[in-house]
Design a protein around this ligand. Structure first.
Ligand SMILES: Cc1cc2nc3c(=O)[nH]c(=O)nc-3n(C[C@H](O)[C@H](O)[C@H](O)COP(=O)(O)OP(=O)(O)OC[C@H]3O[C@@H](n4cnc5c(N)ncnc54)[C@H](O)[C@@H]3O)c2cc1C
Ligand SMILES: NC(=O)c1ccc[n+]([C@@H]2O[C@H](COP(=O)([O-])OP(=O)(O)OC[C@H]3O[C@@H](n4cnc5c(N)ncnc54)[C@H](OP(=O)(O)O)[C@@H]3O)[C@@H](O)[C@H]2O)c1
Length: 451
């Protein structure tokens, strides 16, 4: 397995519990990935003030609740501790080789994976699990904006805190969660903070009617309610609790609520309403120490923070083997690559809700498969389902590179549960045949699925 972030450790635990031999390689000296502020890998995008935007009760792994002493929306320090405690509780560290990166992974004609490590060592494995995260490789504006900017620029990935922003004119670009948090933070110290985006957003508060917003009207039965009804219900709640973003000083979004990845903030609308953050439409051009906007206005800017999102990349795969141009990588229910029976992706999704319980469910699914207790549908069926999924996402969401892997939390879990049952039936009919033959067993560290 590649990566011991919050996704990797969840799957590692399931596989280990089910007796599936697994080695995990992790670049860092600890688990937790993105949630380890200033992680020595340089891959964490956490800033000093980062708190979760998904609530404690929804984020916890199924058999390891987050401490009751944690707030509803925890600080990154608490999250990193939670993941370290999880690894400790389930004895995961002995399965992880820390400070060891996977430099290259290639699948031979015999199906065996050859994995080259940063130590110079090469290992062979029967199956490969990829949990390398997808929020660490900054996406700068594509194409770049015309003109030249002479001030300071950084991507939100490199933002640490607002200390260096005192008395400066700051422009934050984007209206995703990074941009909102950073604009709020700089607005307390900067001379001025502007925020520019190509479209408006329905900014969602973290609490509605005194409850964490991700706990409003959700239950295991949620997926049985048709989405248009849920959508209408949530829109009505938003209208009652928040009103319209136009009333705070943002432009009317070109889409309805939940037709873009949710941008949540407890403070952003207030800072806009108080004039501490000023809205600007899209950038027209960069003009030395000034920036011109689509409405013809021009502002003096000292520093630009690009909150323009992340690229999905797999530096250890040859690009013509597997890559995700424009963040697009079609997978069967975001895990299986049809035709490749021993490769699995974990946490490679963008949930409306937290990632951790979904990664854990993916682990249970992969474990059942590796033990011969789940058989996937025929390739053509998986591919048809993948195309349907992509169409569903395209129909619902605004066209943007950040909307290629959206899943609804409860619906995803429900669909996985159903698929697991259907696949168990197929496995039974096929006599529980192991799908991944143990070809790499000659190698000491190679895994023998199902043994
Ligand atoms: C600022 C920010 C805030 C977020 N807030 C939330 C939130 O509130 N709730 C939520 O659910 N999600 C949130 N997310 C999404 C976030 O991606 C997930 O919370 C979580 O970090 C995903 O875990 P992961 O294990 O998939 O990826 P990561 O946390 O990125 O972990 C990947 C791990 O793989 C390792 N790795 C990568 N490449 C290699 C390699 N080649 N060899 C060996 N090891 C490797 C890395 O070192 C890392 O430890 C946020 C994301 C960002 C950027
Ligand atoms: N816990 C938290 O509070 C927290 C904080 C930060 C991030 N996160 C999570 O981290 C992940 C990444 O979030 P993110 O905000 O960094 O990225 P993101 O969700 O991909 O948002 C990127 C933003 O930049 C805009 N954008 C992209 N390219 C642009 C361009 N060339 N010009 C102008 N605008 C452009 C996008 O708008 P378009 O719609 O126009 O493309 C979008 O508003 C998400 O899952 C998010 O939920 C969570």
């Amino acid at each position: 397995m590649i990566g011991a972030g919050s996704s990797g450790i969840a799957v590692l635990k399931v596989l280990a519990e089910q007796g599936i031999p697994v080695d995990c390689f992790e670049k860092s000296d600890r688990v937790g990935g993105n949630w380890v502020f200033a992680n020595k890998t340089g891959m964490s995008s956490a800033y000093r003030s980062l708190h979760t935007n998904t609530s404690r009760e929804r984020m916890s792994y199924s058999d390891f609740p987050m401490p009751r002493s944690y707030p509803d929306f925890s600080h990154h320090r608490q999250m990193a501790q939670y993941f370290a405690d999880y690894a400790e509780r389930f004895g995961l560290a002995r399965r992880i080789t820390f400070e060891t990166g996977v430099e290259h992974a290639a699948r031979g004609e015999d199906g065996v994976w050859t994995v080259e490590l940063s130590t110079g060592e090469t290992r062979r494995y029967d199956a490969l699990l990829v949990a390398n995260g997808h929020h660490w490789d900054p996406r700068w504006p594509e194409p770049p904006y015309p003109g030249q900017f002479d001030g300071e620029q950084m991507h939100s990935h490199h933002f640490v805190d607002a200390a260096g922003f005192r008395d400066r004119n700051v422009l934050v670009v984007g209206l995703g969660n990074s941009a909102l948090d950073i604009a709020v933070e700089t607005s307390f110290v900067a001379r001025r903070t502007w925020i520019s985006a190509r479209r408006g957003e329905h900014v969602i508060p973290k609490y509605v009617f005194g409850r964490p917003v991700d706990q409003i009207a959700v239950s295991p039965l949620t997926p049985l309610v048709p989405f248009p009804i849920r959508h209408a219900f949530f829109r009505a709640i938003y209208r009652l609790a928040v009103g319209r973003v136009e009333d705070y000083g943002l432009p009317k979004p070109d889409h309805r609520l939940l037709e873009s990845h949710p941008s949540l903030s407890a403070d952003f609308l207030g800072r806009i309403a108080q004039g501490e953050v000023t809205w600007k439409p899209a950038i027209a051009s960069l003009e030395g120490d000034r920036v011109a906007f689509a409405d013809g206005s021009v502002e003096p800017i000292d520093v630009i923070v690009w909150g323009t999102g992340y690229k999905v990349t797999f530096p250890f795969f040859d690009e013509n083997f597997i890559s995700a141009p424009d963040n697009e990588l079609l997978l069967y229910r975001r895990v299986f690559k049809p035709g490749m029976d021993n490769l699995f992706f974990i946490g490679l999704l963008q949930p409306l809700g937290p990632t951790m319980p979904l990664a854990e469910a993916q682990g249970r699914w992969i474990a059942a498969y590796l033990r011969g207790q789940y058989h996937p549908p025929p390739i053509a069926e998986m591919e048809a389902e993948m195309r349907r999924d992509r169409e569903r996402v395209r129909r619902r969401y605004v066209a943007s590179k950040r909307h290629t892997m959206e899943v609804d939390f409860d619906d995803y879990l429900y669909a996985l549960g159903r698929e697991l049952k259907a696949g168990a039936g197929r496995a039974r009919d096929a006599g529980f045949r192991l799908p991944v033959p143990a070809r790499a067993q000659a190698v000491a560290a190679g895994s023998r699925p199902g043994s």
